[in-house]
Design a protein around this ligand. Structure first.
Ligand code: MGD
Ligand code: MGD
Ligand code: SF4
Ligand code: MO
Length: 723
């Protein structure tokens, strides 16, 4: 009997854990027969999540796209005929040339996100292709921009304690992160800390499965985190729990901060957060005295209009109390800042020549696809107060060609009806690279089958730990599917582009990419090393104390007061800015905040948040029956106090409605949600939902205060029982 082979790889999904895996392949059939977490990876520790445990099932799923397809029915109907790759490339390149001739290359726009986070199958050949074309550039803001900006204004770089080092913390604050669902490989380290006596406190509007497993749940109103952080600073400074040496040596602007937070008392924060003042005092004391405390924030709390400032306020906390000095101390939003990967060989901005195409913001896809110049102007990327959107006359050509890969915008982008209206335009050429016929794929003129992580090469840079990893293909491509890299390579050649990058194969691109790295944190990271071990830790000191010896800011200090923020048009100090749903009148200069609700606000409406479902990864896996069954149906969590007056019982069909329209969901009446707040786990496929829409029908194209990010969790909706 022939022995099986074991191929090492890494999960491509948009998840902080970036697990290393091993795939068992039967050489006789060439089929993958088993997948498991890599036993030697210090974060994966031999375990994959419940979703990726079924990655083989997804790869060999009967619904996988296996041949290129061309639309035959109406836009959105999802009816296609099979064509050959040759025909697909010939027709697509002809149509792109036609668009360029009539409207210029900016009329072509990419749309992509993190279906795979691989450096190669992500943007590896896509960016060179679009740069060569001179296409519109895309600001990829849909996930983390507000938080990233807020964090880096304070520290200069976005990184934090390694997940392994959470084991050394004496207190853990899980602040807006459902660890057990979206970051499960952090949990074992949290448990280790707990065994040493560290309490685990979850700050979240919902009693999530993580909150249930923790020691304390502090319910908070959505978007109020910035106020809580300010009040904690107030207590820490008023009670002199400050690490004076750290503050003197490693921070800028303490005096201004101390003055600023004087009015932000726990009693003030109670009115905004819904957390009793004495509880805030207790939390601030626990936090200051822990030495160190580890804070884990994720992206949930920055999906509000003022999410950038919220993260900025939280990121200020550890410097005040000097927790960055200690192993496991500080705050982790993302680990990305530590990687210092030089991606210039993959981005190839040189292929732009002297062209400088516009940049459109992905979260305004509805506006971007509009034929109205005023709406297109709004879609321009202008992330800071000092940036200006152009006048309608300068918005540039309408988008006539859209190339979508690694994303499912018809389901994940805000303001779904606007996105659908754009995708339904008969004059728009839409090309979608996919594994499955998603909501977006239904609108494609050409639907091209892409390989999965089992079928192609890649390198993955994680954002939740410090191990770079190599993915080797375990099996041959399923059907006629091709890696994204190969699709862009062949399309480039069909377009007549003769640049070398479009001739180079995947392995040599990756080898050269690794060989070209020269930052000290990548010293010793070689192709051979990656081939042999599958993953390699960055060359960081052990233990890694991200900012113990200085911050990545121009003066090397933590910016309690940030001149750069002032220059960019922001308040240079931590401040309270209410989220949109609170409809609080702008804070006065005197910071005399009262929750003054304007007369126009509908008092019956409630804020709706829509965080990740446990069994899906965004919309990935949501087409598999197994996972849909586990999630039940598209639900909305309603507190009994909100359900009763509306006559809603558990299991009832309810309608959520706002100015964008209405969505039908099933009521899940439960005390695990803050009263007055609704929560709908996401992201369901719209076409697999009862009324053909998901909650993004209700979300808006508004941008966050920093980074031009989305405000998915910052809307109000009316709730009633379906008649
Ligand atoms: N199972 C699963 N895992 C995932 C994903 C998925 O869809 N499913 N998505 C992946 C992606 S794309 C990302 S970006 C990451 C991280 O994605 P995140 O969206 O950060 O995921 P969560 O960790 O679930 O964090 C959201 C938590 O924040 C809470 N929350 C919402 N608003 C607020 C608020 O204003 N304040 C506070 N304190 N809490 C709030 C929600 O109730 C929820 O428990 O997860 C990734 N992992
Ligand atoms: N209401 C609400 N909306 C949200 C969120 C929320 O919490 N609430 N979360 C937001 C966040 S954080 C994010 S990151 C976005 C996520 O938005 P997306 O990045 O669009 O995530 P997915 O829905 O998982 O879609 C990824 C698609 O890429 C495909 N794919 C995977 N690998 C490959 C590949 O190698 N090649 C090709 N061609 N395709 C591939 C998958 O099949 C899948 O259909 O959604 C956002 N939308
Ligand atoms: S989705 Fe996240 S937890 Fe699941 S296997 Fe991938 S990296 Fe690991
Ligand atoms: Mo995300």
């Amino acid at each position: 009997m022939q022995k099986t082979t074991l191929v090492s790889g890494v999960c491509p999904h948009d998840c902080p854990d970036t697990c290393a895996w091993q795939v068992t392949v039967d050489p006789a059939s060439g089929r993958a027969i088993r997948i498991q977490g890599h036993p030697d990876h210090p974060v994966t520790q031999g375990r994959l999540c419940g979703k990726v445990d079924r990655y083989l099932e997804r790869t060999y799923h009967p619904d996988r796209l296996t041949t290129p397809l061309k639309r035959v029915g109406a836009k959105g109907a999802g009816r296609f005929q099979t064509i050959s790759w040759e025909q697909a490339f010939a027709e697509i390149s002809a149509r792109l040339h036609e668009i360029i001739a009539r409207h210029g290359p900016e009329a072509i726009m990419p749309f992509s996100f993190a279906g795979t986070m691989g450096v190669l199958q992500g943007e590896g050949l896509a960016k060179p292709f679009f740069h060569r074309l001179g296409a519109t550039r895309l600001a990829r803001t849909i996930c983390s921009e507000a938080g990233f900006e807020g964090f880096q204004y304070v520290t200069g770089s976005v990184m934090g304690p390694a997940p392994e080092d959470f084991a050394h913390a004496r207190l853990i604050l899980i602040w807006g992160n459902n660890v057990l669902s979206s970051n499960m490989h952090l949990w074992p380290f949290i448990q280790q800390a707990r065994k040493q006596g560290a309490p685990v406190i979850v700050i979240d509007p919902a009693r999530t499965r993580t909150a249930r497993a923790a020691d304390e749940w502090i319910p908070i109103r959505p978007g109020a985190d910035g106020a809580l952080a300010l009040a904690m600073m107030h207590v820490i400074i008023a009670e002199d729990r400050v690490d004076r040496d750290f503050v003197r040596d490693h921070t800028t602007g303490f005096e201004q901060l101390a003055e600023r937070v004087q009015d932000y008392t726990p009693a003030w924060a109670e009115r905004i957060t819904g957390i009793p003042a004495e509880r805030i005092v207790w939390l601030a004391r626990q936090y200051a005295d822990a030495r160190p405390a580890a804070i884990r924030i994720n992206y949930g709390l920055q999906r509000h209009a003022t999410g950038g400032m919220a993260v900025r306020n939280i990121a200020t906390l550890p410097a005040l109390v000097g927790h960055w000095r200690f192993r496991g101390g500080g705050v982790l939003l993302s680990a990305s800042g530590a990687f210092h990967l030089d991606k210039s060989a993959l981005k190839r901005t040189d292929l732009l020549g002297d062209r400088n195409p516009r940049t459109l913001n992905m979260i305004r896809l509805g506006d971007a696809l509009s034929l109205e110049p005023a709406r297109r102007a709004r879609a321009h990327y202008a992330p800071r107060p000092i940036d200006r959107k152009p006048a309608p006359d300068d918005a540039g050509p309408p988008v006539m060609g859209l190339i979508v890969y690694n994303s499912n915008p018809a389901a994940v982008a805000p303001d779904q009806s606007a996105v659908r209206a754009g995708l339904a335009r008969e004059d728009l050429l839409t090309i979608v690279l996919e594994h499955f016929q998603t909501d977006t794929a239904d609108y494609a003129d050409y639907l091209l089958p892409a390989t999965t992580q089992l079928e192609h090469w890649d390198i993955l840079k994680p954002y939740g730990h410090y191990y770079l990893a190599l993915n080797r293909p375990a099996i041959a491509p399923v059907g006629q599917s091709l890696p994204n890299s190969e699709i862009f390579r062949r399309l480039a050649r069909a377009m007549g582009f003769s640049d070398d990058i479009f001739r180079q194969d995947d392995i040599s691109i990756l080898q050269e990419f690794i060989a070209a790295q020269n930052h000290p944190v990548l010293a010793g990271v070689t192709w051979e090393h990656l081939l042999n071990d599958g993953f390699v830790r960055l060359n960081l000191p052990e233990p890694f104390l991200p900012f113990a010896d200085g911050f990545s800011t121009p003066d090397g200090k933590c910016q309690l007061y940030s001149q750069r923020m002032a220059d960019d048009g922001y308040d240079p100090l931590p401040a309270w800015r209410p989220p949109a749903w609170m409809q609080v009148e702008e804070e006065s200069a005197a910071r005399d905040v009262s929750i003054a609700v304007p007369a126009s606000v509908d008092h019956q409406s409630l804020p709706l948040i829509s965080p990740p479902a446990h069994n899906f990864l965004n919309t990935t896996f949501a087409n598999m029956k197994r996972f849909r069954r586990r999630e039940g149906q598209p639900l909305v969590w309603i507190h009994p106090d909100d359900a009763a007056p509306r006559g809603i019982a558990d299991g009832d069909t309810v309608i959520l409605e706002n100015e964008k329209g209405r969505v039908q969901l099933m009521a899940h009446v439960i005390a695990d949600i803050t009263p007055g707040v609704l929560l709908a786990p996401t992201i369901w496929w719209a076409k697999l939902s009862p009324d053909g829409r998901n909650v993004n029908w209700l979300t808006v194209q508004d941008e966050t205060d920093m980074g031009g990010g989305p405000t998915f969790y910052d809307i109000r909706v009316r709730l009633y029982k379906k008649a």
